[in-house]
Design a protein around this ligand. Structure first.
Ligand code: ADP
Ligand code: MG
Length: 673
């Protein structure tokens, strides 16, 4: 017996799985019981009716009401054939939700339900429901601009206004005109509904009524000097003085979350309270991420310390107390200085409300804000700025060009980026040779767009293939794209430094990263190798995985590779091709570096392998902490710069600082033309 349409999502004893024809497991029925109680279930008929009748619609419902996990299942059951894409701004959310939905539908993850994120494809021929990052859907549009494999596209968490979602908006609007049968659903917890309805030319709106219990909110009387210590302290106080219920504490990143967890755990042990302290952040392995969901054992309390992934993307049942320091990490790009950095920034009022709301899902709760009422009222912005307004647009521009959007200035952006940022992006792509004087994508640019990495890196990859060092450069880029692999535990700093020295290259960090990667790959026992050499095995594995993915793209794109002589020379030369704008030279005092683009004063990061201060260095990125540092720096002979980019570096033709020209002039006789 297989019921038709929407009825397929519900099932009773004796029914078989409508997707696989197999008998449902016991667990299926257990989960189904709790699914039936979700607010979205009450509105399932209305939701599918709306999507069937209208090409684009908007659905708003409280976090945890079942939007992400349930609505796609309803639509799949109703539409019967075709594939459904559900986009998520975050990789973790895509993975975690797909794994949950596979359980709910009683299928194996990667079969009927799967996920696709950068560097990991967990889908197959039989996949019907595909959770994916918005960035990956965008990439698919490059080869399939009409999104022809899908019958429904769901843009979830639209309030986050990520760059990719914003671009998908514009593209989808055009695709919908050309494919009248395609459906698009925009979902979110908090959304300025009118703005979206207006952009989607009057799309209908369905609101899922939420069940929210009151949340009592507390502010601190004075600003906190150390939010991390204050957060730990607050969690411990709640643990001791408040009644039952789990605690959710928001912090900014892996390192501080791990630190907080260790401290909270230590103090909970002293009090003898039965406490389960769990971290949650994006680079945490999947099986550890899953640990936050099951209820705490009888009589115990869960304390979850999470990034803002727990704000709207993932819902953890049982939370009654929220600790909110009012901060999150945000990628900020300054078009004037070209510095893109992950900075701890204040959250918006809308985020603060969302965070507090996490405490009132199952019963009345409490939210402890670690900032003053005055800060909340006067300093927090109303809502977070769309990413498109604050990001490095060059990657966007190149993918739009590859998608066939020629007139980028008139693209239907919901919020157009500033003309200044747009000009900067076009200028940089022009410097890199990705677009020509007319603004059209060049052959190099088109090949660059194949790689899901920053244009500086993709340019380097293309150059590496021309210089017979592709294998090595892909390994370096893989290492650059994962969190720093060199670990330096406090109890063994000296031993770690000694071990890391084996990888050191006199040329600097890029080649040291390569040494570490190659040694790792060729070692017998990788776990043992990582332990002995103080490398993070997780990050090394991830780098290995990234390298494999990049290599497979390179193979598909038919990039040449042959290992040549003079490897260190070729590798650095390839990096200059992509990063010649990210170089810096010593100033007259010989103490500081100045960047070539903005004459900004920078220093080599203390973690660098460089033992001396070379006259010229190329750097991967700048990070701003107490001062501005270049992370991953490599020494570059000045003549190599002149050879690679005479327009930028020829001492008589360039516009560089006088001292820079002096060094370059000395190098002139060594230039091979
Ligand atoms: P929304 O997208 O509206 O925020 P979700 O569809 O993500 O809501 O979640 C609906 C409910 O499903 C949650 O309230 C939670 O009870 C349950 N849920 C979601 N993911 C998991 C999981 N990984 N493990 C257990 N329960 C989950
Ligand atoms: Mg959701």
């Amino acid at each position: 017996r297989s019921p038709p349409g929407l009825q397929r999502v519900d099932a009773g004893p004796g029914d078989t799985n409508w997707l696989t024809g197999r008998t449902y497991s016991k667990r299926f029925f257990e989960i189904l019981k709790s699914r039936r109680k979700l607010p979205c279930w009450q509105k399932r008929q209305e939701a599918v009716d709306m999507v069937q009748k209208h090409q684009s619609s908007v659905l708003i419902g409280e976090t945890g009401s079942g939007k992400t996990t349930q609505v796609p299942q309803f639509l799949l059951a109703e539409f019967g054939s075709g594939k459904i894409a559900v986009t998520q701004p975050r990789r973790v959310a895509a993975m975690s939700v797909a794994s949950r939905v596979a359980q709910e539908m009683d299928v194996e993850l990667g079969q009927e339900v799967g996920y696709l994120i950068r560097f990991e494809d967990m889908t197959s021929e039989s996949t019907r429901l595909k959770y994916m990052t918005d960035g990956m859907l965008l990439r698919e549009c490059q080869t399939d601009p009409l999104m022809s494999q899908y019958s429904v596209i769901i843009l979830d968490e639209a309030h986050e206004r990520t760059l990719s979602t914003d671009i998908l908006f514009g593209l989808l609007k055009e695709v919908l005109q050309r494919r009248p049968e395609l459906r698009c659903l925009v979902m979110s917890a908090t959304l300025e509904a009118e703005k979206f309805q207006e952009y989607w030319s009057g799309a209908p709106l369905l609101r899922i009524p939420g069940r929210m219990f009151p949340v009592e909110t507390f502010f601190t009387l004075r600003p906190e000097k150390d939010y991390l210590a204050a957060a730990v302290e607050t969690c411990c106080l709640i643990n001791v003085h408040e009644g039952p219920g789990d605690i959710l504490c928001f912090l900014c990143g892996e390192e501080e979350i791990e630190k907080a967890c260790a401290e909270i755990e230590g103090r909970a042990e002293e009090t003898g309270k039965n406490t389960l302290v769990l971290p949650l952040y994006s680079s945490l392995p999947m099986n550890q991420q899953r640990r936050v969901f099951p209820p705490a054992p009888e009589g115990a309390r869960k304390i979850i310390v999470a990034t803002n992934i727990a704000e709207t993307s993932l819902t953890i049942d049982g939370v009654v107390f929220v600790v909110d320091p009012g901060l999150f990490k945000q990628m900020l790009y300054n078009p004037r200085t070209h510095v893109e950095s992950l900075l701890v920034s204040p959250i918006s009022k809308a985020s603060a409300m969302q965070r507090a709301g996490r405490a009132g899902r199952t019963r009345p709760g409490k939210c402890f804000r670690l900032y003053t009422l005055e800060t909340f009222e006067k300093e927090l912005p109303e809502s977070t700025y769309p990413e498109i307004i604050r990001s490095n647009l060059s990657a966007v521009v190149i993918s739009l060009k590859k998608l066939g959007v020629d007139d980028i200035v008139h693209f239907d952006f919901m919020e157009p980026p500033s003309p200044e940022a747009m000009m900067r992006a076009l200028e940089m792509l022009h410097f890199l040779g990705a677009i020509d004087d007319e603004g059209d994508l060049t052959d190099v640019g088109s090949r660059m767009a194949d790689f899901p990495v920053d244009p500086h890196l993709s340019r380097t990859i293309i150059a590496a293939s021309e210089r017979a060092c592709l294998t090595e450069v892909l390994a370096i880029i893989a290492m650059l794209s994962v969190p720093p692999p060199f670990s330096r535990p406090r109890y063994a700093q000296k031993a770690a430094d000694r071990a890391h020295k084996h990888f050191a290259s006199g040329y600097g960090d890029h080649l040291s990263l390569l040494n570490a990667f190659q040694a790792y790959v060729s070692s017998g026992s990788k776990t043992q190798f990582c332990q002995e050499n103080f490398l993070s095995e997780r990050n090394m594995k991830q780098a290995e995985n990234v390298r494999k993915q990049l290599a497979s793209i390179a193979r598909k794109a038919k990039l040449e590779d042959a290992s040549g002589e003079m490897l260190t020379h070729s590798i650095r030369r390839a990096f200059i091709e992509g990063f010649f704008m990210q170089c810096a030279h010593l100033d007259e005092s010989g103490k500081h570096y100045l960047t070539v683009r903005d004459q900004q004063m920078v220093a080599i990061h203390p973690s660098s392998f460089l033992q001396h201060k070379p006259e010229w260095v190329l750097y991967h990125e700048t990070v701003v902490t107490d001062r501005c540092y270049m992370r991953n720096a490599t020494t570059i002979p000045p003549e190599m710069l002149i050879e690679a980019s005479p327009k930028f570096y020829h001492p008589e033709r360039c516009k560089l600082h006088e001292h820079a020209r002096k060094i370059l002039r000395r190098a002139l006789p060594r230039v091979k033309s």
